[in-house]
Design a protein. Structure first.
Length: 280
């Protein structure tokens, strides 16, 4: 017995299958252009932003303070209950907040990256945020008076002025490194600065804080020492210790004080990490 369908039945079946396939396919044109789902989605996003902004602006100062406190409590709870999640979102949230607040600010971005990698251990977050010029430094640092310097110190300052001239934001990396290390060590007075802090203040990450970071600090100090050598001055004392805990300091506290006053009155002082100026 021949069980194959007759030709007419076969054709009708094929047409029926094609009709079902045609009906089952999504109509991309309708969905993308003015469909209900498309209209709903495009409308919901700005509506949500508007709702949040309106709710924020409608709060009184007291309500806003309570709201912020509850948000901070929520973040702390998240950090305790889901530390992996918090660790993955918190840095990005801070970075996006800074960008929304300050826009493109390369200096602040560099300070934030340094803070995120290591500076958080010794620098409060508030210290890396921009401040008004009048309150940026905790004390008013008096400028240097050339008449009060001896010949060697006067010649060294002239050499430094020649080295660190021009727009600091257009300096090459080696010049920026030299200014930052010179400034950090000078403002530390006779106490010195840990090598780990110097390396991170240069914008080098944790992965670079080993041999490469140590070599950068060493090369920078050699270059600065060469500036002082013609005038019979020794800038730095021998470093003490090993690794990130290695201490670098000036050889002479008086010379450190003179350099600190020069650095803090220089336009490039904004490159330095937030720090207290020692008594002069």
């Amino acid at each position: 017995m021949d069980l194959r369908p007759e030709e007419g039945v076969k054709m009708r079946s094929a047409q029926h299958i094609q009709t079902k396939e045609h009906k089952s396919k999504p109509d991309h044109g309708n969905n993308m252009n003015n469909s209900r789902s498309e209209r709903t989605y495009s409308k919901s996003e700005p509506d949500f932003d508007y709702y949040v902004a309106k709710k924020y602006n409608s709060k009184s100062d007291k309500e806003r303070e309570l709201y912020f406190q509850k948000l901070l409590d929520a973040f702390r709870t998240l950090s305790e209950e889901a530390p992996e999640v918090f660790d993955s979102i918190a840095p990005e949230m801070l970075q996006r907040s800074i960008w929304s607040w300050r826009g493109a600010d390369p200096l602040l971005s560099k300070k934030f990256n340094n803070w995120l990698m290591a500076d958080y251990q010794w620098t409060p977050f508030d210290d890396i945020l921009p401040k008004e010029r009048s309150s940026f430094r905790p004390v008013d640092v008096p400028p240097l008076n050339p008449d009060q310097l001896d010949e060697a110190h006067h010649s060294l300052i002239e050499s430094l002025q020649d080295r660190f001239r021009g727009d600091p934001h257009r300096w090459d990396a080696s010049r920026r490194d030299q200014f930052v290390i010179l400034g950090m060590m000078a403002t530390a007075g006779g106490y010195g600065v840990r090598q780990g802090k110097l390396i991170h203040s240069l914008g080098m990450g944790l992965a670079e804080s080993g041999v490469r970071g140590a070599n950068t600090v060493r090369a920078t100090k050699i270059a600065l020492s060469r500036l002082a050598k013609p005038f019979g001055l020794q800038l730095f004392a021998p470093a003490v210790g090993n690794g990130p805990e290695r201490i670098h300091m000036f050889n002479d506290e008086e010379l450190a004080s003179i350099i600190a006053r020069y650095v803090f009155n220089h336009e490039a002082s904004v490159l330095l990490p937030a720090t207290d100026m020692p008594a002069l």
